[in-house]
Ligand binder design. Structure first.
Ligand SMILES: O=C(CO)[C@@H](O)[C@H](O)[C@H](O)[C@H](O)COP(=O)(O)O
Ligand SMILES: [Zn+2]
Length: 192
């Protein structure tokens, strides 16, 4: 089969699989409720990820804090890697695995929601951030691949994409993130 067609079909097969996964759909619904409640209580969302998942994290944060589908007020959302001076200083003076953890120490507050995107679920900087987030009373949500890795046990909600294919998992993460942004926006501003 043509490689291009094969890749497209991998994604559509995976999307089809999760569209029939009632447990996963229920988890997405729970995350929408948790985030909407957090915003109603004046809290924020913090996203984190590495590599392509860092780009997805900041993409989703911008949908909330900038603009998505509705005309409405901005919702506070940020990523752990946006300040390059902070990232380089903490990496240089301490360790890269502590960067996101330190961001949560500095900016995470009880009732905020931390969303970590990690295909393996084992990225050490995300794991450490989740440990600190738990101690500080944030609600933790992970988007992972099929096993959930270490984040499966650590996160309050671990949404596992049933695949080991890193780019396809990331593409589904973005789909789920977009759905969550749409529904949170709808739940907070839908009747305005
Ligand atoms: O975008 C990609 C692969 O599609 C890469 O940049 C990928 O995100 C990086 O290798 C990450 O470091 C992988 O981390 P994780 O998903 O295991 O947490
Ligand atoms: Zn990529």
């Amino acid at each position: 089969m043509n490689k291009i067609v094969k890749r497209i079909q991998e994604l559509s097969t995976l999307a089809n699989l999760i569209s029939n996964d009632s447990e996963l759909i229920q988890q997405i619904n729970s995350v929408i409720e948790v985030m909407s409640d957090a915003y109603r209580n004046g809290k924020k969302t913090i996203f984190c990820g590495n590599g392509g998942s860092a780009a997805e994290a900041q993409h989703l944060a911008a949908e909330l804090s900038g603009k998505f589908l509705l005309e409405r007020k901005p919702l506070p959302a940020e990523v752990c890697h946006a300040n390059s001076s902070f990232v380089t200083a903490v990496s240089n003076d301490y360790d890269y695995t502590l960067v996101y953890n330190r961001h949560i120490e500095a900016f995470g507050n009880k009732g905020d929601v931390l969303i970590g995107l990690s295909t393996s679920g084992t990225s050490e900087n995300i794991v450490k951030a989740f440990q600190t987030a738990k101690e500080k009373g944030l609600t933790t949500v992970s988007f992972t691949g099929n096993t959930g890795g270490l984040l499966n046990e650590l996160a309050d909600f671990c949404i596992k994409v049933p695949s080991e294919n890193v780019p396809r998992i990331q593409e589904i993460h973005l789909l789920m993130g977009h759905i969550i942004c749409e529904k949170v926006e709808q739940s907070l501003f839908g009747n305005e």
